[in-house]
Design a protein around this ligand. Structure first.
Ligand code: SF4
Length: 390
């Protein structure tokens, strides 16, 4: 179904998903930002602290914000969590989403607290009147609602009809959930359909995008530890994004949520859908390498995240840095990047926009590279918004 497939005569370059080729969805406001329509694909993550620990939760939200997260979701498991939502709301300007299961009153409390969106699975909220209460409250406050369906929580009748949670069954189940929203004319909706399996998640989201114009939240559930989870998510979400499907993404990882944000930008950057912050490339090393490329690349990456850099214009400016191991391919590749290091034996050359500006010892290389980058990027206050990506 993709119009963006590499066909006869196409170059890989022309297979990029330009913003104009993204599937056009309805624009939905989530507090100060929008998702869908012509908005860039928004990056979201979830806090992993108990919400009742307000201090830890706010600290994690701020860390996510510094990492570039644009929407933060919080699980609201019970009344004690609901009770602290106004305080959390008051301590951050980031768009907040409440993740609600079973108890409609928790969703009402989140909306009353000023949360910008609630995520519900109408199937586990129960009676229709409870779902309607949530819809009316959201409509009254301008909050959006994400309606999700997971392979494990299908409408019972639909599951009986199809016998398994196929893509068709999942979309039909979601369709039933959306009836109440349509009856009440509520359109600030975001849809999601997730499974733990790549091909199934691709198939169900392709169907969703054919059927609806609401923005789609992409994610793979229970993706795993950071290494495996990032690969599984990228393989799945990458296919959909390349087909122009998806308006907001979360890379679910077992671990620090900042990694989810980092992985999301790496994925969007690889597909040229967003450009944010410095991107570090490095060669894989081989028998020609006479310099510690892995250490240098790690040091460059860490140096670009240090507070002095993080609070400057460099933090969100897009540029590329190449760390290359040798004089055979190194200089050529480093020249392609905005900044680069090409290693030799115990020393290396620093490149700035394709020109060698100095050579120095291996020990001095990272500091010298940083000096060149900072020289070209005078410090300024951190940019409050990074939504200027492609
Ligand atoms: S850049 Fe040089 S050292 Fe690195 S992989 Fe290529 S040939 Fe090997």
């Amino acid at each position: 179904m993709s119009a963006y497939r590499v066909g006869k005569g196409d170059t890989l370059r022309s297979a990029r998903v330009s913003p104009s080729k993204r599937r056009r969805t309805r624009r939905v406001r989530i507090g100060p930002i929008s998702i869908g329509g012509s908005a860039v694909i928004a990056v979201q993550s979830m806090t992993k602290t108990p919400p009742s620990d307000v201090r830890a939760t706010v600290r994690q939200i701020r860390a996510l914000e510094r990492a570039g997260c644009e929407l933060v979701r919080l699980a609201v498991p019970d009344e004690s969590a609901a009770a602290v939502l106004p305080e959390i709301r008051g301590r951050t300007g980031l768009p907040l989403i409440a993740d609600i299961h079973f108890d409609y009153r928790l969703a009402l409390a989140a909306i009353k607290a000023g949360f910008d969106k609630v995520r519900i699975n109408p199937g586990n909220i129960g009676a229709s009147w409870k779902v309607k209460e949530i819809i009316r409250a959201a409509a009254g406050s301008g909050a959006a609602i994400r309606v999700g369906v997971n392979a494990g929580s299908l409408n019972k009748k639909v599951l009986k009809k199809y016998g398994s949670p196929s893509a068709k069954a999942m979309v039909e189940s979601l369709e039933k959930s959306l009836e109440l929203f349509e009856q009440l004319g509520f359109k600030s909706l975001v849809l999601s359909a997730k499974t733990t399996n790549g091909p199934d998640t691709i198939a169900v989201n392709q169907r969703l995008s054919q059927r609806y114009r609401y923005p789609i939240h992409l994610g793979l559930t229970e993706a795993g530890l950071p290494f495996e989870g990032a690969i599984r998510s990228a393989a799945t979400l990458g296919v959909l994004l390349q087909q122009g499907i998806g308006d907001t993404i979360r890379i679910s990882l077992t671990g620090d949520p900042k990694l989810e944000v980092e992985a999301a930008y790496e994925l969007l950057g690889t597909l040229n859908l967003r450009k944010r912050g410095p991107v570090v490339y490095s060669c894989p090393t081989c028998g020609r390498t006479q310099i510690d490329v892995a250490r240098l690349a790690r040091q460059v990456k860490l140096a670009l995240k240090k507070p002095a850099i993080r609070n400057s214009s460099i933090a969100t400016r897009y540029f590329t840095v190449a760390v290359m191991g040798c004089v055979v391919n190194g200089p050529g590749e480093a020249r392609e990047a905005d900044y680069g290091i090409a290693g030799g034996k115990g020393k290396g050359a620093i490149f700035v926009h394709g020109k060698v500006v100095k050579t120095c010892s291996e020990k001095r290389l990272v500091a010298a590279l940083l000096e060149e980058i900072v020289k070209e990027n005078p410090k300024s206050k951190a940019q409050s918004s990074n939504r200027s990506g492609v």
